[in-house]
Every structure is written in C-alpha cells, then in structure tokens.
Design a protein around this ligand. Structure first.
Ligand SMILES: Nc1ncnc2c1ncn2[C@@H]1O[C@H](COP(=O)(O)OP(=O)(O)OP(=O)(O)O)[C@@H](O)[C@H]1O
Ligand SMILES: [Mg+2]
Length: 332
C-alpha cells in the first residue's frame, strides 16, 4: 500500500456494510451508568497480583459473537506496543476476525504505522469522538473509522488527543468516556485492540476501563521488574474501582535478541517475578529490522516480509490469543 493511501471510509456514506443505515449514536446522558457485560467475578484477592487472574469474564470474546476488547499497555516507551497492536490486529483479521484498532496515543504511531503518515491532518479522530461524547453530541457509529487494505479498521489519533487529555480533569465520569464509545461500536467487531501511549495517564486509564484484558509487551533489553509493578498496581486499581472484569491476558516478550544471553536473563527474571501470577506468552517476538521496515511502509510484517521470523512469531502469538479464548470457552 502507498503510504497515506488509507481513506476515510464512507465518511459521507450513510450505509454500513450490511447496507442498512448506521445507528446514529447518542452519548449517554449524565448520571447513566456505563453499560457492563455479564461477567463472573470469581474472586478478588487482596494482593494485586492475585487479582490479575481473579476475574474470569464470561464474555465469549471474538468467536462467540461477542466482542473482546484488548488493551496493549506498558508505560515504558518503545517496547513494541504499537508494532504488536498492528501485527496482532492484522493477524486476527487473517484468521477471519472483524477487528477494530483504536489509537489511544496522541503520538498517532498506530495511525502512522498503518500508512497514514500525517495523523495531525486527519479531521475526525479519537479526540473528536471523545469530545463529542463529553459534550453529549450525536455522532454516527462509523465516524472517523478508516479501512486498512489488510482487513482491519482503525480509529486514528493525533496530537489533539493530548489537549483533550489535559482538559479531561474536570469532566464527569472522565475515566469511562472511551468505554462509552466502545459500547457503541462493539457489536460490529469481534476484537477491538487499544494501543496505549507510554504513560499511565487518563487515556490509559480510559483504555483499561474499557478493556476485557491487557497484553503487556515487554522489551527483552532491560530489566523491567520495577516498571511492571507500577503497571500491575494501576491495573488492580482500575479493576477494583472501574472495571471488575479486567484481567491480564499476559506478558509478551518483544524485540528479543536470541543471540545474546542477556535476553535469557530477562526471560528468567520476568518468569521469576511474575510467572506465578501472570501468564507469559510462549511466543517471543524476535528482533528484526524487518519489523521496523513494515511500520515505515504502513503495512504488517505479514505483508512486508511474510517469511520473516517476526511474521511467524506474530502468527503464533495471534493463535495463542485465540487459543486462550477457546480455552476460556471450554472452561466455562
Ligand atoms: N521485533 C522488532 N525488532 C526490531 N525492532 C522492532 C521490533 N518491534 C518493534 N520494533 C521497533 O522498535 C521501536 C518501538 O516500537 P513501537 O513503536 O511498536 O513501541 P511502542 O511501545 O509502541 O512505543 P511508544 O511507547 O513510543 O508508543 C520502533 O522503531 C519499532 O519499529
Ligand atoms: Mg506506540
């Protein structure tokens, strides 16, 4: 795909894919509780580590006709959150799933990685949508959604999201604005992936409040132990106060340089520190310059270099994510 080739889809077209008029959506009025799905809180242990696994959602996520919302989150920068969102999202689309990617980062990296190189020129973005919800304005459910040629939809973001985050401090129910949007569009998708910024600010809290689960990409090039504790603490807080069904899907080790022993040390360290409470995905994403090249081209690694080891790894990771869903279904 040519960079910047992605178009606003059906911006002026009032039909959705089924040929019916999209439901115009109206933001919930003040005082209305956010809609919640049927969840089964098995236990809520005191230690925040236990709480990560305590919630088992009864949502059928993906296959069962119910949408699963996964947030890719780590306040550490450059750990491949965006790269993983792109390749897991397109990986799921390649498995036949209907996927929406939401860029929850004012840097607009997800938007740029999918080929829209000038995010700041996009008129309708997540900031526009969230502002409309805050102001209780009507918006069409397809507003701002872009199509990518590899079969995923994208709600883009740009620097305006940063200004919005600053002004959200005085907004009522500010933590659940994104959740309100997702409730409006989730019947059209099987998976919604949220690409977070490297911070634990209000936008990330919004993403956690809207998500069923979290994937934590961790770069295998530094000792992540302390940073992860803060992240897990925040997850627990969101779970307790805003979103009882939230769980941690797993830690995904990324940018792994298998040539050096240090990578093994990192894996052992993460396993020792977190393996007892959080799943660590079997798949590790290897380091390869091809991954960076794919982002620069606005395509997935599957399109850019299908035989590359990173493509194989993201394909396996996609299967692990789908597999954990199938496993949950069997358990329920
Ligand atoms: N497997 C990989 N091998 C080599 N480079 C990679 C790999 N995955 C990602 N990168 C590169 O690492 C850098 C950081 O990746 P990415 O932007 O996905 O991280 P991020 O966690 O989203 O960053 P931020 O915190 O700024 O949002 C990018 O230049 C990306 O192209
Ligand atoms: Mg990013």
């Amino acid at each position: 795909m040519e960079r910047g080739q992605m178009n606003h889809n059906r911006k002026n077209d009032h039909k959705n894919e089924k040929g019916t008029a999209p439901k115009p959506f109206v933001a919930a009025k003040e005082g209305q509780p956010p809609v919640t799905k049927n969840t089964d809180i098995i236990a809520d242990k005191n230690a925040y580590g236990n709480a990560c696994r305590a919630a088992v959602t009864t949502d059928k996520g993906g296959d069962g006709g119910v949408c699963k919302v996964i947030c890719l989150c780590n306040q550490k920068g450059g750990v491949a959150k965006t790269t993983s969102a792109v390749n897991l999202g397109i990986g799921l689309a390649r498995e036949g799933k209907k996927v929406l990617l939401i860029d929850v980062d004012p840097q607009g990296s997800l938007t740029a990685s999918l080929g829209f190189v000038e995010p700041d020129d996009i008129k309708v973005t997540l900031a526009t949508i969230m502002t409309a919800i805050i102001n209780e304005e009507d918006i069409e459910s397809t507003a701002g959604i872009l199509h990518h040629e590899e079969g995923v939809d994208l709600l883009p973001a740009n620097i305006e999201l940063s200004a919005l985050e600053i002004t959200m401090g005085s907004v009522m129910s500010r933590e659940v604005i994104l959740k309100e949007y997702i409730e409006m569009v989730k019947d059209q998708y099987q998976y919604i992936l949220l690409d977070c910024s490297p911070s634990l600010g209000m936008l990330t809290i919004n993403a956690m409040a809207a998500a069923d689960s979290i994937i934590i990409p961790v770069q295998s090039a530094y000792l992540p132990v302390n940073g992860l504790q803060q992240l897990i603490k925040t997850v627990f807080m969101v779970k307790r106060r805003l979103n009882r069904k939230l769980s941690i899907e797993g830690i995904l080790l990324t940018i792994v340089d298998f040539r050096i022993n240090f990578a093994k040390d990192i894996y052992a360290s993460v396993q020792d520190s977190y393996g007892f409470q959080i799943k660590i995905f079997d798949t590790k994403i290897p380091l390869s310059v091809r991954a960076a090249e794919a982002s620069a081209e606005g395509v997935s690694i599957f399109r850019h270099c299908p035989r590359n080891k990173v493509a194989a790894a993201y394909e396996n990771h996609t299967k692990e994510v789908l597999g954990s869903e199938n496993q949950k279904r069997t358990e329920n």
